[in-house]
Design a protein around this ligand. Structure first.
Ligand SMILES: Cc1cc2nc3c(=O)[nH]c(=O)nc-3n(C[C@H](O)[C@H](O)[C@H](O)COP(=O)(O)OP(=O)(O)OC[C@H]3O[C@@H](n4cnc5c(N)ncnc54)[C@H](O)[C@@H]3O)c2cc1C
Length: 434
């Protein structure tokens, strides 16, 4: 069998401030289980939890270290939203579908709270503080007002409300927003400690998680599937693919890779702000986004400010993408001009052609759950219950997530120039305020 060297963890704020890592080994030797799960992020770990609760024996196989993928790098914004707004879902697919997806989002948020309390993950520092979308011009503020009215009247969602420019200024410390939309659902979390806490809970329940164990390939073998890794095999009845934007690490997950466009999202974190002019920013401790299509977002963690947005195009980070974020941050918050940036990192989000996640089957032995489109902290942490249902022969109904197929990207080889083109168009629309 071939080998694949494990990749090192990114130098994120989360790595620098993480609690104790669970001790996990790599797979050496051969074993048998009910379900082999490929990927040790929120999707893989939450799937293992639900399968174990259903009385099955899952094994998690992670190519690097758990949380190495997006789950350990995210902004830690716990949100029940999808990239496609609920109003658009209702217009295209009907109100019942929009309601089902809306309820799923709320349920996923609540499940984060349950996981934190069930496993006692205090250092995940989960704060259900909600989120605020800040409008950078009147055009997008009008859109927020219409969306808020629709959510309240049609979905009965009273957690959303409109804030004036003055209220947004008091919430953020930034004076150039014309208004905003407050949503008291959701909050913020330390994403890597959340990964570690779930993994520790699984270990305590006797679930095996192997790190530095890339799945190289798998094939049907009698009544089951034979999964090959560099130093051992797993014979399972079924396989779950939980590799999301990192589905190109080996050819084992090639069948989902061509349905996903990896898009780099980058973040910077400041030094602790105590004693600086920036110390008073974001006093309400929510997550904050702005209404540009090429969205930028910010939050506090402890008394550091985190600022995120589009990362470099292509396969690696570029200094210019981080510099662009820093410039945007200082433009937004001039009091941060002299503050030191201590951490810069990025990761890949998994975009799909319809901008929706998908849970489904490749065949009678292989299930996948991928395509969170940059909003997977809550959803991927909660999806395990539904993946387990599918694995055990039920037919979970998650609205469009289960109803629509995972489509292949047409002209997959041209995805990188296509992403640049779309991003350029969005930047142009943002620049002209539409
Ligand atoms: C920079 C950034 C910021 C983000 N911010 C937010 C946010 O604030 N809020 C939000 O809701 N969402 C956010 N997201 C998205 C969110 O992080 C993801 O949707 C979510 O973490 C996906 O979890 P996952 O378990 O499906 O995938 P991942 O966490 O990416 O896990 C997949 C794992 O599969 C492993 N793997 C791949 N191939 C193999 C193989 N052959 N064998 C074994 N293992 C393999 C990888 O090593 C990886 O660890 C962000 C994403 C990024 C990149």
């Amino acid at each position: 069998m071939g080998d694949l060297a494990p990749q090192s963890d990114v130098a994120s704020l989360w790595q620098a401030t993480a609690g104790t890592r669970p001790l996990l080994s790599r797979l050496n030797g051969d074993r048998t289980c009910d379900v082999a799960i490929i990927g040790g992020g929120y999707t893989g770990l939450s799937t293992a939890r639900s399968l174990a609760k259903a009385g099955l024996s899952p094994v998690v196989l992670e190519a690097n270290r758990i949380g190495w993928g997006a789950s350990g790098r995210t902004g830690g914004v716990v949100s029940g939203k999808f990239r496609v707004p609920f109003r658009e879902i209702a217009a295209r697919h009907g109100l019942d579908t929009a309601r089902a997806m809306h309820d799923l989002g709320i349920d996923a948020i609540e499940h984060v709270g349950e996981l934190v309390s069930d496993y006692g993950i205090a250092d995940a520092d989960y704060r259900p503080t909600g989120s605020l979308r800040c409008a950078y011009n009147e055009h997008t503020f009008a859109q927020l007002k219409a969306e808020t009215a629709w959510l309240r009247e049609t979905m009965g969602d009273t957690a959303v409300s409109i804030l004036s420019a003055d209220q947004v200024a008091a919430e953020t410390g930034a004076t150039d927003f014309v208004g905003g939309m407050l949503n008291t659902h959701g909050g913020v979390i330390h994403p890597l400690n959340f990964v570690f806490g779930i993994a520790r809970g699984l270990q305590a329940a006797g679930v095996d998680i192997f790190e530095q164990t890339p799945v190289l390939r798998f094939r049907r073998d009698g009544a089951g599937v034979l999964v090959e890794t560099p130093h051992g095999t797993v014979t399972a009845k079924q396989v779950v693919i939980a590799t999301n934007s990192y589905s190109d690490l080996t050819s084992a997950t090639a069948a989902v890779k061509t349905s996903i466009i990896p898009f780099r999202s980058a973040m910077i974190a400041t030094e602790p702000l105590a004693g600086t002019a920036g110390a008073r920013l974001l006093p309400t401790g929510r997550s904050y986004t702005e209404t540009r299509r090429m969205m930028r977002w910010f939050r506090k963690s402890g008394d550091r400010l985190l600022y995120g947005g589009r990362g470099a195009f292509g396969k690696t980070d570029s200094e210019s993408a981080f510099a662009a974020l820093e410039t945007a941050m200082v433009r937004q918050f001039p009091e941060l001009a002299d503050v030191r940036i201590t951490h810069r990192w990025s990761g890949l989000v998994a975009m799909t052609i319809d901008s929706l996640p998908h849970l489904g089957r490749l065949d009678d032995r292989v299930v996948y759950s991928v395509g969170y489109n940059g909003t997977g902290v809550a959803l991927a942490s909660g999806i395990g219950r539904h993946v387990a249902a599918l694995v055990t022969g039920q037919a979970p109904d998650l609205g469009l997530i289960t109803a629509l197929p995972l489509q292949r990207i047409p002209a997959y080889g041209l995805r990188e120039p296509a992403v640049r083109l779309v991003a350029g168009w969005y930047q142009f629309l943002d620049a002209i305020g539409r």
